[in-house]
Design a protein around this ligand. Structure first.
Ligand code: 17E
Ligand code: FE2
Length: 411
């Protein structure tokens, strides 16, 4: 199969891509079609490695207002609303919602998702459902599962056991929520426990870290120190880190050295944290997004996540990572020409590093033939015009495409 005339990752000139047996065979400025080879000529459109959702809670998606709406718009009321919904969870309910959401994502060119799954549930219902879905949906979506203790590890009954049970069931990553634990001591010991669990079972780590406007919330320094000392390094991710917005600059200056040394990844969630943070402020109101520009300037890996789609923490979402990038560039004030053009990295190459996709990801000969084509000439144009996904190809198979002339997806 020959895909012709594609601008690969904002290149100045077009390339042709030959796919054989589900892999990229060769990529060059011009490839002669072989006898009988099927050709698709895109006539100068943008090709990118598939989009990646590096932070979402699939188990909570599509539950907004059930049984109650989050009236204050805070993280903490969201946790209370979810606690009520959690009592009603069944495996079928989780599976039905996740199936719908995964298709929304696929239609928008996403092929990899890292999902946090709440394990503060004595029955681990959502975890069981997600483990099955990871297998059932693998032709459409690569799903990575984080064992996420929404109501705490040390502050929830049997929290440690539930975490270990979830990892034994097959979770890919270990989570934690230090800012939600009852005390600072619990916060530190929950992080130590999570890191030891990850080492014991050879898992990645992704912590909901300091998702609060309290400048005294300093789980991040503990997480980064443990990542450095244990050698887990870039296998560790700090998600949200919104307290960093409120840290004083002198502290951040010292912290940044440790963050660089540790090698950890960051995930910011610009849509959801713009909505959830600053809620107890009058004026001025803090944006509550982590310091993305400064982390990037220090060479630290950052990706962007959606975090929620229509659930107790966020009442909107269509599964489009474009909306996430669009908001992220605004709130982080990264609107320079090159910032905008290269911003697809937040939902592709940077996220691939966080998910440790290695050489399973990227448009290069010998790798799995996974890529998307957008109806635009470069990513600046794609972002600005909200360009539809003309094709999402996974393993050489077209799994999604938009209906010509519309932004609706055929799937
Ligand atoms: N749970 C949490 O602790 N934080 C969030 N942003 C979401 C769920 C969505
Ligand atoms: Fe989250």
């Amino acid at each position: 199969m020959l895909y012709q005339n594609l601008y690969i990752e904002n290149a100045d000139t077009t390339s042709d891509i030959r796919v054989t047996d589900g892999k990229f065979e060769e990529i060059a400025a011009h490839l002669e079609p072989r006898e009988g080879e099927e050709c698709v000529d895109f006539g100068g459109k943008l090709a990118l490695p598939p989009f990646i959702e590096s932070h979402v809670h699939l188990d909570t998606c599509l539950t907004a207002g059930d049984p109650v709406w989050n009236m204050s718009g805070t993280l903490f009321e969201g946790i209370e609303c979810w606690s009520l919904r959690k009592e009603k969870l069944t495996k079928d309910d989780v599976k039905e919602r996740v199936n719908r959401v995964v298709r929304m994502y696929a239609a928008n060119g996403i092929q990899h998702i890292r999902t946090h799954v709440d394990v503060t549930d004595p029955k681990l219902t959502a975890m069981e459902a997600l483990i099955e879905l990871r297998e059932e949906l693998k032709d459409v979506m690569n799903i990575q599962i984080v064992a996420f203790p929404q109501e705490g590890i040390e502050s929830y009954p049997n929290g440690r056991k539930l975490m270990e049970d979830a990892v034994r069931m097959g979770a890919d990553c270990v989570g934690a929520i230090p800012h939600f634990e009852f005390t600072r001591e619990y916060s530190v010991s929950s992080l130590n426990f999570a890191m030891e669990l990850a080492e014991k079972y050879d898992k990645l780590v992704d912590v909901h870290c300091d998702e609060i406007d309290d400048e005294a919330s300093r789980g991040l320094e503990t997480l980064a120190t443990r990542a450095l000392e244990s050698g887990l390094a870039d296998r560790v991710t700090a998600s949200h880190t919104t307290a960093m917005h409120s840290y004083n600059n002198a502290y951040v200056q010292r912290l940044m050295r440790l963050l660089k040394m540790s090698g950890i990844n960051f995930v910011a969630n610009p849509l959801v944290n713009t909505h959830l943070q600053g809620r107890i402020d009058t004026y001025p109101k803090r944006r509550g997004i982590t310091r993305v520009k400064e982390l990037r300037a220090n060479g630290i890996n950052v990706s962007f996540g959606h975090d929620d789609i229509f659930d107790p923490w966020y009442p909107m979402g269509t599964g489009s990572m474009r909306d996430v990038v669009f908001m992220g560039l605004h709130v982080c004030q990264m609107m320079g020409y090159e910032d905008i053009r290269s911003s697809y990295n937040f939902i592709s190459n940077n996220a691939a590093r966080t998910l440790h996709l290695g050489d399973k990801y990227g448009i290069a000969a010998g790798r799995p033939a996974d890529f998307i084509v957008l109806d635009a000439k470069d990513y600046y144009d794609a972002l600005n015009t909200n360009a539809p996904v003309l094709a999402s190809v996974k393993g050489g198979v077209k799994i999604a495409a938009s209906i010509p002339g519309t932004k609706k997806a055929l799937f």
